[in-house]
Design a protein around this ligand. Structure first.
Ligand SMILES: [Zn+2]
Length: 367
């Protein structure tokens, strides 16, 4: 496939751009056919600079089609095209003139999150199917950042409901509300941050690191950490204060062997990993053991609460070492593979729960 030469379009000769153009043209040709604009050919060319939150829309050739039709193809609204005109592009293009070789800029669609730090906080409304991992990934921050920025989550990371509003900080780190007399240096020290990165973050709007911070101002500490606060955990119905280790959200494989049964939603609640009896079983992440004992069909069973919304369950154990209420480290040996309870042969039945709901363990285990 060849692309008609178009005057004024930069970098047409660049091999990489040509490859990108080929790929995008292929996609657009498909959509043009479907959208029945037979005269319209062209493509949407993303900016080479991924850090920029605009995209280029470039008409390679547009015979007999209005820009508005092309704008439709570019999934842009008329308002966006008007904005583009506001950026110094000719208004006649938008008013329905035939287009050929016009280049215009459109803001990125809102579902595409730019990689550079956001300038402001995002207020996100929790939707069905969300969990802290998916929200964190979507906004390119870590789970702890979400927990630290939202009091309710800090009290209980399992607490996430549809319609709940979460504050999403612009980058990973700690969002802190300044108190009277705070200086940037104090705040940096308190949260293991860095004066320079705090001062340079656009969101903080600090003219100089030495400036006085008005009490109540929210200051973001990029890469900062909040000192870990012991929290209440419920064991056997009684709330007890436990200086509990909290999981980092990265799991290790709980044992070795081969997967004999996979997870299925509404069916098999976890994965089965089969191996020789006595194979060591490890805690997938740090946490508190909330059950260590016999659990009906699960036989000898351990459940660990990782304090970040995740719990993991290890069933059919031949032996287990920690007791209910014990703290465990990530990768700590907690028992031996067996076939206790409702089991036909030695294997580990391993479940991952998030916010109380079962999830596919393979999504969280290293590949
Ligand atoms: Zn199983």
């Amino acid at each position: 496939m060849t692309i008609p030469h178009q005057a004024g379009y930069p970098n047409r000769g660049c091999g990489l751009c040509r490859a990108v153009a080929h790929a995008t043209l292929l996609v657009l040709v498909g959509s043009v056919l479907v959208m029945s604009y037979p005269q319209l050919t062209g493509h949407v060319q993303p900016m080479a600079d991924a850090g920029n939150d605009v995209r280029h829309a470039s008409v390679v050739s547009g015979r007999g089609a209005s820009l508005s039709a092309f704008v439709n193809d570019a999934n842009a609204s008329t308002d966006e095209a008007t904005d583009a005109v506001g950026q110094g592009l000719p208004a006649t293009v938008v008013s329905g003139a035939t287009v050929a070789g016009d280049l215009f800029k459109l803001p990125l669609a809102q579902t595409i999150i730019p990689k550079r730090p956001r300038k402001d906080l995002v207020l996100y409304t929790v939707q069905a199917g969300d969990n802290l991992s998916t929200i964190a990934e979507r906004y390119d921050v870590d789970i702890d950042t979400l927990i630290w920025a939202n009091d309710k989550l800090e009290e209980d990371p399992d607490y996430l409901t549809i319609g709940q509003q979460l504050v999403i900080p612009p980058v990973s780190g700690v969002l802190y509300t300044a108190k009277d007399g705070d200086t940037v240096a104090d705040i940096a020290k308190k949260f293991k941050g860095d004066v320079r990165t705090i001062s340079e973050l656009e969101y903080n709007k600090l003219v100089a690191p030495s400036m006085n911070i008005i009490s109540g101002t929210k200051i973001m500490i990029p890469g900062g950490e909040k000192p870990y606060q012991p929290r209440l955990v419920y064991i056997g119905g009684n709330a007890v204060m436990v200086n509990a280790p909290r999981g980092g959200g990265r799991f290790v494989w709980p044992t070795t062997g081969y997967i004999s049964t996979y997870f299925s939603a509404g069916g098999h609640r976890g994965i089965d990993i089969a191996g020789p009896p006595g194979t060591p079983v490890y805690a997938a992440d740090a946490g508190v053991v909330i059950l260590a004992g016999w659990d009906g069909g699960y036989g000898n069973c351990i459940i660990i609460d990782h304090g970040n919304g995740f719990q993991t369950l290890y069933a059919h154990l031949a032996a287990f070492y920690p007791q209910t209420g014990s703290n465990v480290r990530r990768g700590q040996a907690i028992g031996k593979m067996g076939s206790t309870g409702n089991s036909t042969g030695p294997h580990l039945h391993f479940e991952v729960l998030y916010g109380g709901g079962l999830v596919n363990p393979l999504k969280y285990l290293p590949q």
